[in-house]
Design a protein around this ligand. Structure first.
Ligand SMILES: O=C([C@H](O)CO)[C@H](O)[C@H](O)COP(=O)(O)O
Length: 206
């Protein structure tokens, strides 16, 4: 089970500061959508340069122009890019094709998806990695909970989970045995980033 740190709503310097203090506790660095909107692919390139042995996910949250956006992410040094499950199948297909050209991966973000038909539809596109995700705004009504695993039950996907997970809830999230646990604010808003990341990592490993 891997720990992915999501860098969201942070300045360039703060992203680097948080990573300098947490890199030993995390497996995957997520360059968040808002950070990419602020600084473009330059920040993905910078993080690639500074952390050459970490996996990097560019959270592009692509919903159209899949091929183009995937190319942007992989050219900048990302290993994984994201595409929204509600996008056209053609967008997901184009994203997948470019990923295979770069030997990269695609995480399909299931934000707001509630029906398993969508899961059937994307499995025909060779998608192998999805995220069960409670979005930032939706978190006002509740964070990630284990009921959400039902959506992917029986499908062969690798699964990531995200949405307000912290040191108190990471054990519960880990109980569903996801492949990746994504944590953002619980680390980036902590007083001591290193300690917060290490506590979460130790708790999820049981
Ligand atoms: O993708 C994310 C979300 O849409 C924020 O823009 C986050 O990376 C994900 O939700 C994890 O962050 P936290 O919810 O702060 O743990």
């Amino acid at each position: 089970m891997k720990l992915q740190l999501a860098l969201d709503r942070l300045t360039w310097d703060k992203c680097i500061e948080v990573l300098n203090q947490t890199h030993e506790s995390i497996d995957i660095i997520e360059v968040g959508t808002g950070v990419i909107k602020e600084y473009g692919m330059a920040i993905v390139k910078e993080i690639r340069k500074r952390f050459p042995s970490h996996q990097i996910m560019a959270d592009m949250k692509t919903c159209d122009a899949g091929g183009h956006e995937a190319r942007q992410a992989f050219n900048a040094g990302a290993d994984i890019t994201t595409v929204m499950a509600f996008s056209s199948v053609l967008t997901i297909q184009d994203t997948m094709e470019v990923a295979s050209e770069y030997e990269g991966r695609v995480m399909v973000d299931l934000l707001e998806v509630q029906n398993r038909e969508k899961l059937e539809e994307i499995s025909a596109l060779n998608v192998d990695l999805v995220s069960l995700h409670v979005g930032k705004d939706r978190q006002k009504k509740g964070v990630f909970n284990t009921e959400m695993f039902k959506l992917v039950d029986g499908f062969p996907y690798e699964v990531a989970v995200a949405g307000g997970i912290d040191k108190n809830t990471v054990g519960q999230a880990a109980s569903g045995n996801p492949n990746i646990i994504i944590v953002g604010s619980a680390i980036t808003k902590a007083e001591n980033y290193a300690q917060a990341a290490e506590t979460i990592r130790r708790t999820m490993k049981g």
